[in-house]
Ligand binder design. Structure first.
Ligand code: ZN
Length: 253
């Protein structure tokens, strides 16, 4: 069966001298894997090599969801040339596509994640882009869309309001429980990550943004919340992301 989809390239492997295997996030069908036969030949009919981060319109055929698809054509619709020239933004873009590929199951449609990733890559192209803030919003919303982020205003064990802890020594976050823990509950939980007051301030800004209020995030604040969200992701996946070291400060990995 032949499919037409908007797609972003999440990963590309060499399969033979002339062919590649691609993992792409499609807007319509979630993550799909296809073989791109002969794509590395100079006169490939399918549109030429598909680079990581490339976004465009794809035609592919696939017998069923458990089989590897075959790429018929990929036409890039959005140039990533500006992004590829900026080291920090490029590293963040590579982290963003790796994260999407790890967090989503194949053939589980998530148009919300597709739009988020597309918008994030576009924002990263901007001059003087606040990379950590863009990444914080991306990680936050991705976790929200896949159902791994709770309310984060109350303790997830006893439901006490934790917002006032922002003025003290901070609170703890449990990835297993998917939320914050108050002073009284954190001692009972072995798996936890300290959330400093500055990160709680960042969480308040992200929650406000979700409510449609414009709340800006400083790069230091954003770095702190990225540290927390990365901790959650590593715990959920059971492994670190390969590209994390290039985008998060060393102490945050
Ligand atoms: Zn509690």
């Amino acid at each position: 069966m032949r499919h037409v989809a908007k797609a972003i390239c999440l990963r590309a492997w060499d399969y033979s001298e002339t062919s590649q295997i691609l993992a792409l996030l499609t807007r319509e069908s979630g993550v799909v894997r296809v073989i791109a036969k002969g794509i590395k030949r100079p006169k490939s009919k399918s549109g030429g090599m598909v680079d990581l981060l490339a976004e465009g319109n794809m035609v592919y055929s696939q017998k069923n969801v458990s089989s590897l698809g075959t790429l018929v054509e990929f036409r890039e619709s959005i140039s990533r040339a500006a992004l590829r020239r900026q080291g920090k933004s490029l590293a963040a873009g590579i982290y963003a596509v790796e994260l999407a590929g790890e967090m989503l199951a194949e053939h589980d449609p998530h148009p919300d994640v597709y739009d988020l990733l597309s918008g994030t890559l576009r924002r990263l192209e901007g001059e003087a882009c606040p990379v950590q803030a863009v990444l914080a919003w991306y990680q936050w919303r991705l976790l929200r869309f896949v159902g791994l982020l709770g309310g984060l205003t109350h303790c997830c064990a006893c439901e006490e309001d934790v917002s006032h802890f922002a003025h003290h020594a901070g609170v703890f976050f449990s990835s297993r429980l998917g939320g914050l823990l108050c002073d009284g509950c954190e001692a009972d939980e072995a798996e936890k990550h300290h959330v400093a007051p500055v990160a709680l301030g960042a969480i308040a800004s992200l929650l406000a943004n979700e409510q449609g209020q414009r709340a800006s995030l400083g790069e230091t604040q954003a770095g702190q919340v990225n540290r927390l969200l990365h901790y959650h992701i590593v715990h959920q996946l059971g492994k670190a992301l390969r590209s994390a070291r290039y985008v998060l400060p060393r102490e945050q990995i």
